[in-house]
Ligand binder design. Structure first.
Ligand code: SF4
Length: 363
């Protein structure tokens, strides 16, 4: 309580806006409002309004740890994958290093009372943090050095395409934050070469991906890979299950061969408004988003096989419910609660009897 009250008071005193609702609000309503605006439901799709402000940040739990996600506003990603509209949020022009580091400074100041509980930091720029054509090397160095001063942080996850990974560069980053290991977060998407090229326009062959894996392993870093569930809009639900298992199996084998620690984020595909992938799905007719229970079954099975796995529930603010798993007949909000418990490491198996009895998950 004592932590909450002063911040509420400060917010009131510093606000210059007239409250829209003049009626006095009780403390619980104020917390409700703050929780909605700054908690898990915080708007992730909005673009930064200034070069010294990030697109987004959130302190969240991830596999039982406190993870600070920071999405920096930098020059936009040079790729245009068919399923992704994220680069459109970012700047067409270069953002100077000082402004990029100011963005991280803004986050740190906003979270100053929570710095001592942060276990890991995930750095993203809706593209590739290691692409020096979009974000300056010095800015990344300065931010990683600063993260190194957060004494509890043991992992820094850097989002990037693997072509920008250089093992020497990763080792150097590791030296800037010695308590923390460096992890690479990358979009693998699918093991299917035709889907990668034809449907996703990924412009990254499996050969290129594997040579990137070699460099991540050489640096002694770890890998977290996104896998898309149902990456071809024409897939049936059954094909989507088989394809996701094949993609995760491929990653697990390739990482084991390189003694590279792997975690998977299994993301149900969604219709990102305005993307080429969404247009193809919509014009094809009869598109059905993935069933969340299929995603849960694959995640549960792969976790039992020893692959740390996290189910991505977010549509990153880029799709409505109509374009996501929430549209399918098996969906119920209670599934989200179970998935969150699974993601936090509090549930190894989903209670299928309970789920089916409640009417969700019916095939
Ligand atoms: S998926 Fe990644 S590489 Fe492709 S356009 Fe989106 S941000 Fe860029």
């Amino acid at each position: 309580m004592s932590d909450i009250l002063p911040s509420l008071l400060v917010e009131r005193r510093t606000s210059t806006e007239q409250p829209k609702d003049p009626a006095p609000r009780d403390l619980a309503s104020q917390v409700d409002d703050l929780y909605d605006r700054f908690g898990q439901r915080k708007d992730m799709g909005a673009a930064s309004q200034a070069p010294n402000l990030p697109h987004y940040f959130l302190l969240r739990t991830f596999l039982g740890q406190n993870d600070l996600l920071v999405i920096l506003n930098t020059k936009r990603c040079r790729y245009q994958c068919a399923f992704c509209t994220l680069p459109a949020k970012s700047s067409k022009s270069w953002i100077p290093d000082a402004q990029v580091t100011a963005q991280f400074g803004h986050v740190v100041h906003e979270l100053k009372h929570a710095l001592s509980v942060i276990d890991r930091v995930t750095l993203s720029n809706e593209g590739s943090i290691l692409d020096e054509a979009t974000v300056g090397r010095s800015a990344v160095d300065e931010i990683v050095t600063a993260i190194g001063r957060m004494r509890r942080v043991r992992r820094i996850e850097i989002e990037t395409r693997l072509e920008f990974v250089d093992s020497g560069r990763l080792r150097d980053l590791g030296k800037l934050a010695r308590r923390a290991g460096i992890g690479i977060l990358t979009g693998f998407e699918t093991v299917s070469e035709p889907i990668r090229e034809r449907h996703l326009k990924k412009r990254e062959s499996l050969t290129a991906f594997l040579s990137g894996l070699d460099r991540v392993a050489e640096a002694g870093a770890s890998l977290t890979a996104y896998v898309l569930f149902k990456p071809d809009p024409a897939m049936t639900d059954e094909e989507a299950v088989l394809e996701a298992k094949a993609s995760i199996g491929f990653l697990a084998r390739e990482c084991a061969d390189r003694e590279l620690p792997l975690a998977v984020r299994l993301n149900p595909m969604y219709l990102a408004t305005g993307s080429r992938w969404a247009r193809t799905a919509e014009t094809g007719g009869g598109y059905l988003p993935p069933r969340l229970t299929d995603v849960m079954r694959v995640a549960e099975e792969q976790a039992a096989n020893g692959v740390p796995i996290y189910v991505g529930l977010s549509t990153e603010g880029l799709a409505g419910e109509e374009g996501s798993y929430a549209r399918r007949e098996d969906y119920s909000p209670s599934l989200v609660r179970y998935v969150k418990q699974f993601n936090d490491g509090g549930l190894a198996r989903f209670p299928w009897d309970e789920i089916l009895a409640a009417g969700a998950g019916a095939r």
